[in-house]
Design a protein around this ligand. Structure first.
Ligand code: GRF
Length: 195
């Protein structure tokens, strides 16, 4: 299966997915695209010989549809079977999501349904949670609320900061997302709990 990966920054989750797809895997990356020309993951992907695309969202201003049309043209040119959002920081319109209904995944750094949206680690710390983690879910029109495909948990430790908690969770993101992609590519959408 052909997988297009969308990033906005360094793309550590994209790199983990690309690394896992090398060798015996039903998927191959067909595109790494970003909304940010400065995204470090673009140069890395190009260095791996993967097709890349940058559609800078800034010139489009509030014309979200215009940006998405340009992005969709680049994505669709590579004929992906699946789309993985990996640290992609733009809100997508229902039209975009409908175009890829059922075949677009995202990773979110919280144990959804807790803490959809931003600043998930600060909110978990603020709430005094003893557990945190990450979730891979299908992308639907409701932000961070699509069917959950997998979760991984970490303890929240005394003295944790947003940074220490984020780093602990990111390690699990890099385990969870590849594991979920392998299952989805084989037609298995049963929820995976990595503990
Ligand atoms: C991670 O916390 C991820 O969960 C969120 O964006 C952060 C950076 O991801 N989506 P990456 O390193 O760019 O993959």
């Amino acid at each position: 299966m052909r997988v297009a990966l969308l990033i906005s920054g360094g793309g550590s989750n994209m790199k983990a997915l690309v690394a896992d797809m090398a060798g015996d895997h039903p998927c191959r990356p067909c595109l790494v695209a970003s909304n940010d020309p400065a995204a470090g993951g673009i140069a890395w992907a190009a260095g791996q010989g993967i097709a890349t695309a940058v559609v800078d969202h800034r010139p489009y201003g509030r014309d979200r549809a215009g940006f998405e049309t340009a992005l969709r043209d680049r994505i669709d040119a590579t004929q992906p079977d699946l789309i993985c959002l990996a640290g992609f920081m733009r809100i997508l319109t229902p039209d975009f999501i409908r175009a890829y209904a059922g075949r677009m995944l995202n990773i979110h750094p919280s144990l959804l349904p807790k803490y959809p949206g931003l600043h998930t680690h600060a909110r978990a710390l603020q709430a005094g949670d003893t557990q945190a983690g990450c979730t891979v879910h299908e992308v639907t029109a409701d932000l961070d609320a699509g069917p959950i495909l997998g979760q991984a948990r970490v303890p929240v430790l005394p003295g944790d900061t947003e940074e220490t908690l984020a780093a602990r969770i990111l390690v699990q993101e890099h385990r969870l997302y590849p594991a979920v992609l392998r299952r989805v590519a084989q037609g298995d959408r049963a929820r995976l709990d990595l503990g």
